[in-house]
Ligand binder design. Structure first.
Ligand SMILES: CC(=O)SCCNC(=O)CCNC(=O)[C@H](O)C(C)(C)COP(=O)(O)OP(=O)(O)OC[C@H]1O[C@@H](n2cnc3c(N)ncnc32)[C@H](O)[C@@H]1OP(=O)(O)O
Length: 407
């Protein structure tokens, strides 16, 4: 009789087989430097494998990190490394792994939400993950856009640095800004090393990673990371600056960093793949159209513990609303919840009162970071508003999410 495919916790011994699987499903070479890179952040005790006759045929892992949400920093299971071998796809293995992983996160009780980046947008809503943030891919014609002049007497100056040698500086700025930046994940030393690792297999024909720091009288206030893909045509230089990250504490720093990136010689394009929907660059340049923005989904959020998650974040205005939630996977979330609170905090408790709105846990995940409008979801028929008590403004936030890394 054919043995059933079983799910079991992963272990450090499974790591080579997991890398082989990830290499197969993501069409990458996960041997050598990529394998070493992944080993630096692998959490064996939070990995889940599907095993068929001794072979690892499916995998997922939840990384232990925090996420900044409106008004709070919340422990968040960062789900990643999801794959099922092509020989075993569409037999419900992902479904089994997602259900088991969510149950384990819920039972552990530490993380009220989970988050992930999806390779394909349609995969995760069925498991309660809602598209909670969007990003802009920018494809900038750098010679066609003008930025305002820098201040006559700038308070800081730019210095090219080795990002690994000056990790402490980068980390300090990141930590100072993180509590306010929706969608940012904390980076301990392992995650900084992972983030800054400059693997040749990830350069896609570009130079090694470069970095610049903006330093004012009281210390560094921002940095940028980028690479350049050199190129020439019959018309001359045609390089592309590939921006990885721009972190700035204030408008002067932000302007200085982008002036620098847009002005790099021998480049005719500047690309950035993690720009926020309210990216200040949109409001700085004279020709935003020449930024070539394309809208793409980014972070998906799953409320694992609905009352805990809803009371963990803050709200833009006073809110007192009853939400009827459906969650076919974590059924303890089913039912009516009264959310009361505002800018200083919130509480959420089970109620028998009648509902103002009805939705699935996926829509709550989509609205959680303040970027997806509840009224918009209602207009799409995804949320049912039963009364005029509309929490759309309360759920929104003054800045859009700006996740800085695909984990
Ligand atoms: C957070 C991350 O790591 S994102 C990375 C996701 N991984 C990848 O993209 C790697 C390549 N793909 C794969 O490894 C697999 O196809 C997976 C993991 C996406 C899906 O695994 P499977 O075991 O085939 O999924 P499963 O059989 O449980 O399918 C569940 C449902 O999702 C649907 N589904 C699965 N994959 C996809 C997809 N790529 N696009 C659209 N729908 C999908 C199935 O059709 C099925 O729908 P149904 O219930 O209506 O029939």
């Amino acid at each position: 009789m054919k043995e059933e495919i079983r799910l079991r916790p992963g272990s450090a011994d499974d790591f080579p087989a997991i890398c082989d699987l990830l290499g197969t499903v993501f069409h990458e070479d996960y041997s050598g430097e990529l394998k070493e890179w992944e080993a630096g952040i692998f959490e064996a005790d939070r990995s889940l494998v599907a095993e068929d006759a001794g072979q690892v045929v499916g995998h997922t892992v939840a990384f232990t990190r925090d996420l900044t949400v409106p008004g709070a920093v919340v422990p968040t299971a960062h789900v990643s490394g999801v794959g099922v071998l092509p020989t075993h796809r569409r037999r419900g293995l992902l479904t089994r792994m997602m259900h088991r992983q969510l149950r384990e996160i819920a039972d552990a009780g530490r993380e009220p939400i989970a988050a992930l980046w999806a390779t394909e947008t349609s995969i995760y809503p069925r498991f309660g993950y809602g598209p909670a943030a969007s990003r802009l891919f920018l494809d900038i014609m750098n010679r066609e856009v003008r930025l305002p002049a820098p201040p006559a007497e700038p308070s800081g100056r730019l210095r090219l640095i080795d990002p690994v040698a000056e990790l402490a500086e980068l980390s300090k700025i990141h930590e100072q800004l993180r509590p306010e930046r929706i969608g940012w994940s904390n980076r301990d030393e392992r995650w900084w090393n992972y983030h800054l690792a400059d693997l040749s297999s990830l350069r896609d024909g570009a130079t090694k990673q470069s970095a610049v720091l903006y330093e004012g009288p009281d210390g560094a206030t921002g940095y940028a990371l980028w690479r350049v893909k050199g190129g020439w045509t019959n018309h001359g230089p045609n390089g592309e600056v590939v921006v990885r990250e721009v972190v700035a504490a204030d408008p002067e720093t932000y302007l200085a960093l982008w002036r620098f990136l847009l002005g790099i010689d021998l480049a005719r394009r500047v690309s950035a793949r993690l720009s926020a929907l309210d990216e200040p660059l949109l409001y700085l340049v004279d020709e935003p159209r020449r930024l070539g923005p394309t809208l793409v989904d980014s972070l998906f959020v799953r409320l694992v513990d609905v009352p805990k998650a809803l009371s963990a974040r803050r709200y833009a205005t006073a809110v007192d609303v009853v939400i009827e939630v459906t969650d076919p996977i974590l059924t303890e979330n089913n039912g009516r919840w009264r959310l009361t609170g505002g800018p200083d905090g919130a509480v959420c408790a089970r109620t028998e009162d009648s509902a103002d709105l009805v939705c699935s846990v996926t829509e709550l995940g989509a609205a959680y970071l303040g970027a997806t409008s509840i009224a918009g979801l209602a207009a799409a028929g995804r949320v049912r508003q039963l009364t005029g008590n509309d929490p759309t403004i309360a759920f929104s936030w003054h800045r859009k999410p700006s996740p800085t890394e695909v984990f």
